[in-house]
Design a protein around this ligand. Structure first.
Ligand SMILES: Cc1cc2nc3c(=O)[nH]c(=O)nc-3n(C[C@H](O)[C@H](O)[C@H](O)COP(=O)(O)OP(=O)(O)OC[C@H]3O[C@@H](n4cnc5c(N)ncnc54)[C@H](O)[C@@H]3O)c2cc1C
Length: 655
């Protein structure tokens, strides 16, 4: 089908994402259908990247991920501001917009930075070189293009703690309007299916069920809300960048890697002047008339500050980077949720492939069926471990489920066995427990002064014994869940024990055994945070102030996961979008003299609005200013979804 515009091929194809020649035929055909379904692939709605930048912009945003795409889109609303968005990766392939293909593009070099931690002393011990893998999106939309699409705010306590630490304006009540600003929740007023099995097991195990984890009842088992629209992924690029594709004030450069933020130093007063970047092996310098907004994510933002001479002198001297500005905290306070995966064979369920031609047709025609969702991982839980505060206001464990994913097929035949040579192979699912308040802290530092070389990433996983204790308690929660009659009678769930090295010498299933096992097969979560922490100037590790300005450097702010002083109790994307929304309000206040509460004045005086979307969003969001709105809803067909037939999960990096 011709979509009516000249489009270039945006790779890679789904055919390259399933690992193995047997998948090529079916997945190539499916990819072709997806690319030719105009409203799904949205090839005509893509931004057309610039082949070369102008010399000057009012704002330069570095990185187009959850934070950067949001920030850039909001800046571009101001018609008289000229904005450049720099992104190291290319555009999102059509296939990554299909929810069930959620894991297909992770570890694909086209759009993943393919990071690994340095060898760990107390964790990741069972992996090659004792290093854990850290997927990170290198694509327009950043990690929001490869993430699990779960839309989950932190708990009120998370943000209140940020405020107590001196971050004025960041308490829950104060950040709530910024969550709402980008949200267009089409699930308001609807009730999910209470019989959904993972939730039913949670209920049977004594936990509560919550219909809206982002509302008053933020604990319990739930079917997660998701960043999807009409059955396809709504990355931050699709939500915030594409609506501005016709704006002449907004330039996007793809495959463009920022290598340095250039500072001037006049009598000790440091000011961000512009950005150097590499595009097609050529080096460019662009000047920022107003501000540089850094949004490279929790790994690349501290890396770029260090490359620009902003950081601790000892770190910079070690690799020969001239120090421009001392900031002790750059790259410090790195932390991440940590988890442990437990696979269960469902002995009463045959391992039938979840993806077939019928599903593909249902999806292409109606955006429904198994391809429109992420299978079992729609369910999640936020609960207390035995160490959590009894009030229930500060839950410290999250439970994830993986399985029944319609993501890869070789023949496309309906009811095809995943393993035709052994049709009795049971289906398998994975459940993991996540430590929500990790105490271990690590750091990011440069490996060399080469901006294209990966930095050294040391999360110091499980350095704090309390993280291990909470994780082991999480394992006990999973055991309790899978022992319920829901899991036993209908599915015959049985733990698939792996080999855990020397841990196997310990008494199986003792606490000591699991303490050892979690250090062996540590689950690296994908919620890295804190490496450019927000805090008042009295905090010696603070890198940005509560207005997200880098301490001691004018015209430079950071808006991504790195600024979280402590990672929130849940998935991180929603919070990062909120951070960017709030950060841009500070920018608008500085340069236009307006704030969130003056939105109507802003729109008429300066704004450009996407009216079609705004009218929809305004129904739910009185604070909407008419800009592009971010849709949050549940996957479309969950209500009739209960453990459909499917394929063994092969992938764990999911949330
Ligand atoms: C596999 C996976 C699953 C996840 N699942 C979920 C989930 O279900 N729900 C959820 O809420 N969260 C999830 N997360 C976490 C969440 O997606 C991330 O925390 C969030 O997207 C990070 O946003 P960010 O803006 O900080 O960085 P990113 O989204 O990583 O954006 C940074 C961007 O900057 C670009 N960049 C970096 N350096 C440069 C440079 N020098 N020059 C130019 N561009 C540069 C990068 O290419 C990238 O596009 C998941 C993450 C992963 C990896």
């Amino acid at each position: 089908m011709d979509c009516g515009c000249r489009t270039s091929y945006i790779g890679p194809s789904l055919a390259n994402t399933c690992g193995g020649n047997s998948f090529v035929l079916f997945m190539t055909l499916l990819d072709t259908f997806i690319r030719r379904t105009c409203d799904l692939a949205q090839l005509c709605e893509r931004v057309v990247p610039k082949a070369a930048p102008d010399l000057e912009y009012d704002f330069i945003v570095i990185g187009a991920g959850s934070g950067g795409a949001t920030a850039a889109g909001r800046l571009a609303e101001v018609a008289h501001w000229k904005v450049l968005l720099l992104e190291a990766g290319g555009d999102e392939p059509p296939g990554s917009q299909v929810p069930s293909m959620v894991t297909n593009f992770v570890e694909n070099p086209y759009m993943d930075w393919l990071y690994k931690t340095v060898p760990q002393e107390k964790a990741c011990l069972g992996y090659p070189e004792k290093r854990c893998e850290w997927p990170r999106g290198k694509v327009l939309g950043g990690c929001s293009v490869i993430n699990g699409m779960m839309y989950m705010r932190g708990t009120p306590r998370d943000y209140d703690n940020w405020a107590v630490a001196g971050n004025t304006g960041w308490s829950y009540n104060e950040v709530l309007p910024y969550f709402k600003k980008s949200e267009d929740n089409l699930e308001i007023g609807t009730v999910a299916d209470p019989d959904y099995h993972a939730r039913a097991a949670g209920k049977q195990a004594g936990y509560s069920i919550t219909e809206d984890m982002n509302g008053a009842h933020f604990s319990g088992f739930t079917i997660a809300q998701a960043t999807v629209r009409n059955g396809s992924r709504l990355s931050s690029a699709r939500a915030f960048v594409r609506p501005h594709r016709h704006n002449s004030n907004f330039h996007v450069m793809l495959n463009s890697t920022a290598t340095r933020i250039v500072l001037s130093d006049t009598n000790g007063k440091k000011i961000a002047q512009g950005v150097e970047f590499i595009y097609k092996q050529k080096k460019y310098y662009v000047k920022a008339r107003k501000e540089v907004i850094l949004a490279g994510g929790a790994i690349n933002s501290p890396q770029l500050l260090l490359l620009s001479g902003i950081g601790p002198k000892e770190d910079l001297d070690r690799v020969g980077v001239h120090q421009m500005h001392h900031l002790q905290g750059v790259g410090k306070n790195l932390h991440n949720h940590v988890t442990f995966y437990m696979s269960y064979a469902l002995n009463k369920v045959k391992d039938i492939n979840d993806l077939n031609w019928a599903d593909a047709l249902e999806y292409i025609l109606y955006r429904d069926g198994p391809m429109s969702c992420t299978g079992l991982s729609q369910a999640t839980a936020r609960i207390n471990s035995k160490y959590a505060e009894a009030s229930g206001l500060n839950p410290d464990l999250q439970i994830f489920f993986v399985g029944y994913l319609a993501n890869c097929a070789s023949s496309g035949a309906v009811n095809a066995y995943v393993n035709p040579k052994n049709p009795h192979t049971p289906k398998s699912i994975t459940i993991s427990a996540v430590v929500l308040h990790p105490k271990s802290r690590g750091y990011i530092t440069l490996n060399s002064s080469d901006p294209l070389e990966k930095p050294l990433l040391n999360p110091n996983y499980l350095a704090d014994p309390q993280d291990v204790a909470v994780l082991v308690n999480g394992i006990r929660v999973i055991q309790k869940l899978t022992n319920t009659s829901v899991f036993q009678n209908k599915y015959g769930a049985k733990f698939e024990k792996e080999e855990y090295g020397d841990c196997d010498k310990l008494k199986y299933d003792s606490d000591e055994f699991w303490e050892c096992a979690v250090r062996y097969y540590t689950g690296p979560e994908n919620h890295q945070a804190g490496s450019c922490k927000m805090g008042p100037s009295t905090d010696h590790l603070a890198v940005v102030n509560p207005e997200l300005e880098v301490h001691g450097v004018s015209n430079l702010r950071i808006m991504d996961a790195s600024v979280m002083p402590t990672v929130v109790s849940g998935n991180t994307h929603a919070t990062i979008v909120m951070i960017a929304e709030k950060g841009i309000e500070h920018v608008k206040k500085r340069w236009l003299g307006i704030s969130l509460h003056d939105r109507s004045r802003s729109r008429s005086a300066h704004g450009r609005s996407n009216k079609a979307i705004a009218s929809n969003a305004a129904l739910h969001n009185p604070l909407s200013n008419g800009g592009p709105e971010y849709y949050v809803g549940e996957y479309p067909h969950h209500a009739s979804y209960s453990f459909p037939q499917g394929r063994k999960p092969t992938f764990y990096y999911y949330y």
